[in-house]
Design a binder for this molecule. Structure first.
Ligand code: NAI
Length: 458
């Protein structure tokens, strides 16, 4: 166990090593011994600047001009050319018109030259189009090239800086609202533990001017597994962003659940989500107290690890029941209900284990990969109602669940990513809050990894 005291909805477990090597004697020791030196990440704080300095926008087409204009509208300090020695907060490279891999050199080498001048915790964000089988081979090669480029650059950046990308589907413009909402999220401290990843903007999204400080104002949200860990952080983050939150957890976690719900002025609902009536119980609670339900966060999850050779139904069945079967059943109930608000949002918590696989977790990985399959095939059903469904796949996050991993394994797991540290429950929560925002209306069927670019998997 880590040394942090266990309280209701524990905020985050301490990573003492990162604190130790971030200053003074610890910093010197780590440097001399060549030990990992994880940076203290820049995380979201209300009223803090979006980025830590001017934003350089690279790219020659109309798309880059339009993106620069949006950034100016957000009162950002925008540069179209690097000024030597000026510290940059972010570099945005707009590549929406690529037709051949030979066109990558100019913008990407200009980006490379600017990296000497980026500040700590800087952001690099590309805006491009996904390669499709129907593209001409040279177009597909150029577009796919951006993928390999961003994932490699993310591994080169240091001091908490990250590189991520936005993919513009269906010919939507680079400056479309859903792409700009994604850009704002990736530039901000909300995306601190997201590295080497892509968000797909599948349609242009809403043109209504968002309230960036209280994006969820007036929304009614439910979060399962909200008594502690990631679920408690999701509940707090949604409430911070303006939502009224219904916190759900098993009766055995009732005290912690009540504490979280009280803290955020939400309501608590004691419920085992494997109950066949769970969907209707949640709807009943939401509609009777708040009139409707807008945002559903499927967070509750369990592990029952064992090598497959020793696996039995006692370990397999509950994992499938809690992690995926309950979500399928609840979604059916939600989608059949007239009580679901306009433009509903469903966001599921998956896991990098479901992408890369993990020894001893065949049951868990099957359930979490199942969540990702469910999300992709539920997207068209939600689209019919103006809604979206997405998943967030956390890597190593400092919670009660990971605190039970033996020390040596835990220390390796926590450092094996580009940011050399575990994430915090709040990092997962920020990604979920982003998908829930009205401004993310055109962002659906994504599986976003919040893993600091964990070295296993894609
Ligand atoms: P946790 O074990 O700290 O919290 C899970 C919560 O879900 C608990 O409060 C528990 O009572 C509740 N819960 C379990 N079964 C339930 C049921 N049948 N009905 C209602 N509530 C139930 O776990 P943690 O770490 O906060 O994980 C949250 C989610 O994130 C899970 O889906 C987990 O699989 C996923 N995840 C966690 C990672 C990590 O590093 N901690 C990594 C990847 C994914």
């Amino acid at each position: 166990m880590t040394s942090t005291k266990k309280t209701a909805g524990t905020r985050h477990k301490a990573d003492k090593y990162t604190e130790f090597v971030s200053r003074g004697f610890g910093k010197d020791v780590a440097k001399r011994l060549g030990l990992p030196q994880p940076a203290i990440l820049r995380r979201y704080e209300p009223n803090a600047p979006l980025v830590g300095g001017p934003i350089l926008v690279l790219g020659n087409g109309a798309g880059s001009d339009a993106v620069a204009k949006v950034l100016l509208g957000w009162h950002q300090d925008v540069r179209r050319h690097a000024t030597p020695k000026e510290k940059l907060g972010a570099v945005v490279v707009v590549l929406d018109e690529l037709e051949h891999p030979e066109q990558l050199a100019n913008p990407l080498l200009a980006l490379g030259a600017s990296l000497r001048d980026v500040s700590k915790n800087a952001r690099v964000v590309s805006i491009s189009r996904p390669a499709a089988a129907s593209d001409k081979p040279a177009v597909a090669a150029a577009r796919n090239g951006v993928d390999g480029f961003i994932r490699s650059l993310a591994k080169e950046l240091r001091s908490g800086a990250t590189a991520n990308g936005i993919l513009l589907a269906n010919g939507i413009p680079a400056s479309s609202p859903s792409a700009m909402a994604s850009l704002r999220f990736l530039l901000s401290g909300r995306s601190a533990f997201i590295d080497g990843q892509f968000l797909t903007a599948s349609s242009a999204g809403s043109t209504a001017e968002p309230d960036w400080n209280k994006p969820l104002d007036g929304s009614i949200a439910v979060v399962t597994g909200a008594a502690r860990g990631i679920g408690a952080a999701i509940a707090r983050t949604l409430a911070r962003d303006g939502a009224t939150v219904i916190a759900v957890d098993v009766p055995a976690a009732g005290d912690h659940l009540a504490a979280v719900a009280n803290e955020i002025h939400g309501t608590a609902l004691q419920l085992d989500i494997t109950n066949p009536e769970a969907g209707s119980r949640i709807l009943e609670h939401a509609i009777s107290r708040h009139g409707r339900l807008d945002i559903l966060v499927h967070n509750a999850g369990i592990t029952r690890d064992k090598l497959l050779a020793n696996m039995d139904n006692a370990r397999w069945d509950p994992v499938i029941a809690v992690n995926i079967a309950s979500q399928l059943r609840m979604n059916e109930a939600f989608l059949a209900s007239p009580g679901l608000g306009e433009n509903p949002r469903i966001i599921s918590v998956a896991s990098t284990s479901g992408i890369a696989g993990n020894r001893g977790q065949t049951n868990y990985a099957a359930s979490k990969a199942g969540v990702m399959g469910m999300v992709r095939s539920t997207a068209p059903l939600l689209a019919e109602r103006g809604g979206t469904v997405n998943a967030v796949a956390p890597g190593f996050i400092e919670t009660d669940m990971t605190a039970t991993i033996p020390f040596a394994t835990r220390e390796v797991a926590r450092r094996l990513n580009s940011l050399q540290q575990g994430g915090r429950p709040g990092d997962v929560a920020e990604a979920i809050a982003f998908f829930a925002q009205p401004a993310a209306a055109g962002v659906t069927a994504n599986v976003l990894r919040v893993c600091g670019q964990n070295l296993v998997g894609q």
